[in-house]
Ligand binder design. Structure first.
Ligand code: NAD
Ligand code: 2YH
Length: 264
């Protein structure tokens, strides 16, 4: 599993603000507005305790600090525990945390101790990026392209299919692609070498892979949004500019907002 790096998280507030203005332009609502509307919840002074975790590859520089900044940005009262791991968890609860945020190398969770609800970053991220894509104001049809159908991409693609979109999809892993075809009704479409369907273009693209340059120019329509949590980015800056693509992409905040709103 790809781990975030301190470089990914540099200037997280600025990254979040920029993503927020793009989301507003693309959907008419900001990230908060989408989360509120989608989950039907609003934060109300819930205290969030952020617990650094040392297991596996250990603490990622500025991960907890970024979560603290993100929680604050979305109106939560948050703090980082002095101690990591179990001692940190104890400290968080003792100091009044009602929501715990913590991540090891495999799982990033948000747990609401008051109502018992728990959220996992991967599905929450996939679903919110898909939801943003689905709200694109300039979309020319209800067709979408979903590239990367793993732990983030599959729940996102499932969300789009459930919302009534015609989902064309691709994953480099044949087994995952077949699972998406059989369980979600996804239409196989490899954007890099489309078989017999080379002219198809999309105004809505949802991407969730750990690879760069997964979206070629040939599939990008005139007005196009690419909503992608994938790191590194699915499209180069040059191609984004050339095609005038609206790019929704941010390394941690949008997915974390989705987690927090989902457990209120
Ligand atoms: P995953 O390994 O479960 O899934 C990634 C999928 O992409 C795999 O199924 C793989 O086969 C597929 N893939 C790889 N290269 C491809 C290509 N060229 N074309 C099509 N499919 C390809 O990983 P994941 O947990 O789903 O995470 C996906 C990405 O999202 C990672 O980069 C991860 O770091 C990132 N992520 C970002 C956020 C965020 O908030 N921005 C949150 C969670 C994960
Ligand atoms: O980045 C990760 C994993 N990829 C899981 C997230 C799922 N998108 N984990 C962060 C590890 C943080 C570290 N243990 C810390 O600083 O507390």
């Amino acid at each position: 599993m790809a781990l975030l790096t301190p470089e990914d998280l540099e200037n997280i507030n600025k990254q979040l603000q920029e993503a927020d203005s793009t989301v507003r332009r693309v959907t008419g609502l900001d990230i908060k507005g989408i989360c509120k509307d989608f989950y039907g919840t609003t934060p109300c002074c819930e205290k969030v305790g952020i617990v650094p975790v040392t297991s596996g590859n250990g603490i990622i520089g500025s991960f907890s600090e970024s979560l603290n900044a993100i929680a604050g940005y979305f109106g939560f009262d948050s703090f980082i525990t002095d101690m990591p791991d179990v001692s940190g968890y104890y400290e968080a609860v003792k100091n009044g945390a009602r929501i715990i945020l913590m991540a090891d190398d495999n799982t990033f969770l948000a747990h609401n101790l008051k109502n018992g609800k728990i959220a996992n970053n991967q599905p929450c991220t996939g679903i919110i990026y898909a939801e943003i894509a689905s709200r694109y104001l300039k979309a020319d049809s209800k067709e979408v392209l979903a590239v990367g159908l793993g732990k983030v991409g599959f729940p996102g693609a499932a969300h789009l299919a459930q919302k009534g979109f015609k989902v064309y999809g691709y994953d480099a892993d044949r087994t995952l692609l077949e699972k998406s075809v059989s369980s979600l009704g996804i239409i196989p479409f490899n954007p890099v070498s489309p078989e017999g369907d080379g002219q198809r273009k999309f105004s809505i693209i949802f991407e969730a892979t750990p690879c760069a340059d997964t979206i070629p120019e040939s599939v990008i329509s005139e007005n196009c949004v690419i909503s992608t949590p994938g790191i590194p980015c699915a499209i180069s800056k040059e191609l984004q500019k050339k095609c005038g693509v609206e790019l929704v992409m941010e390394p941690l905040g949008i997915g974390t907002a989705s987690m927090l709103y989902s457990i209120l």
